[in-house]
Design a protein around this ligand. Structure first.
Ligand SMILES: [Zn+2]
Length: 49
């Protein structure tokens, strides 16, 4: 089964990334450090619906 996920910045709430779940992302309470254009910095991004 494929699940579409969106990664949102935990700082500003911007939804910067989206992808389909895979092994690496198949975790609850996913949190990944990604670059946020809005914050202009690397921030924690969380899975959102
Ligand atoms: Zn941000």
């Amino acid at each position: 089964m494929r699940k579409k996920i969106i990664l949102a910045c935990t700082d500003c709430g911007s939804r910067n990334y989206s992808s389909e779940s895979n092994k690496a992302l198949n975790v609850e309470r996913l949190e990944i450090k990604k670059f946020c254009k809005t914050c202009n910095a690397h921030t924690a991004h969380k899975e959102t619906k």
